[in-house]
Design a protein around this ligand. Structure first.
Ligand code: NAP
Length: 288
């Protein structure tokens, strides 16, 4: 299948250094692996250094590229600045910053403490603006700009029940993306976002649909194309947006969800349940 293959030209990211928050696991790791295959140097960062070190070792073995694992809680601005300085000392410069780290869990909103609400908003929104501010200031001061790519979700614009802190925070990240795409374009900094639909990952998926819930509410059934996303499909899009091939794409959010959110939005999409026999009957009734 073509969609499980890498799409960009060889060396499309050669000479670039890309930082990925939450880069040791899940989608961050998969995107990072493809960046390495395309010739980039990688900096992966999150709270758990042991996980990062293990992933860095595996990624280097799998791709032959260079990976620097650095621990950082994106909620802490000083830690973010340190990552940027250490990564610059190590690789000379940073060309791309992928805001991918997130926290999320399901709950009726009235059961959440204000602290639980804070935790998710702090990781997703504060974490993203901490990284964006620290990186952006450096790119502007050094006159050596780069590209931001932010991972949001489609409920950044639809909203959603049961993960309300995440919905609020992702909406904020989308506003940040569109705002800075205009304000910082004069510095040659591009800012885009990707809104993925369901892509199976261990951490996030086990937290969001634990136990029997995964069976009961199969995400696949919500997707018009009838399947989950393949990590390579997301990696292809992320690599394109990080590369110079997308130099004219700025301020956009690109949805990659097999049509999932539109299926929920279209007023008559529930008619998918109507069988061909029922349609025959309805047609006959109309003719009378
Ligand atoms: P994941 O494997 O759980 O990744 C989340 C990452 O964020 C982990 O590596 C985690 O590492 C890191 N992280 C959490 N809190 C952090 C903090 N305070 N500071 C720094 N790093 C932190 O989940 P995923 O599914 O790959 O999700 C990746 C991104 O895709 C997220 O933005 C998510 O919202 C988005 N997304 C995913 C899907 C999907 O279907 N999978 C759909 C739509 C959007 P540590 O625990 O080591 O800190």
């Amino acid at each position: 299948m073509k969609y499980t293959e890498g799409m960009l030209k060889e060396d499309a990211l050669k000479g670039k250094t890309i930082v990925i928050t939450g880069g040791g696991t899940g989608l961050g790791r998969s995107m990072g692996k493809y960046f390495l295959e395309l010739g980039a140097n990688l900096v992966i960062t999150s709270r758990k250094l042991d996980v990062l070190k293990e992933s860095a070792k595996e990624l280097e073995e799998e791709t032959g590229g260079k990976v620097l694992p650095l621990s950082c809680d994106v909620r802490e601005y000083e830690q973010v600045e340190k990552v940027i300085n250490d990564a610059t000392d190590h690789f000379g410069k940073i060309d791309g910053f992928l805001n991918n780290a997130a926290g999320n869990f399901i709950s009726p909103t009235e059961r959440l403490s204000h602290r639980a609400f804070d935790t998710v908003v702090d990781i997703v929104l504060r974490g993203t603006y901490n990284c964006t501010l620290a990186m952006g200031k450096k790119w502007i001061d050094d006159e050596n700009p780069g590209v931001f790519l932010n991972i949001v979700t489609t409920y950044a614009w639809t909203g959603t029940g049961y993960t309300v802190p995440s919905a609020c925070a992702k909406a904020g990240v989308l506003a940040l993306t569109r705002s800075l795409a205009v304000e910082w374009a004069k510095y040659n900094i591009r800012t885009n976002a990707i809104a993925p639909g369901p892509f199976p990952t261990k951490g996030a998926w086990e937290r969001l649909l634990p136990g029997d819930l995964a069976e009961k509410f199969s995400m696949k059934n919500k997707v018009p194309v009838g399947r989950h996303g393949e990590h390579q499909e997301l990696a292809n899009l992320a690599a394109y947006l990080m590369s110079d091939y997308s130099a004219y794409v700025n301020g956009d959010v690109i949805t990659i969800d097999g049509g999932e959110w539109l299926k929920g939005a279209g007023q008559f999409n529930m008619l998918e349940e109507v069988t061909p026999e029922m349609w025959d009957m309805l047609e006959q009734m109309r003719k009378k």
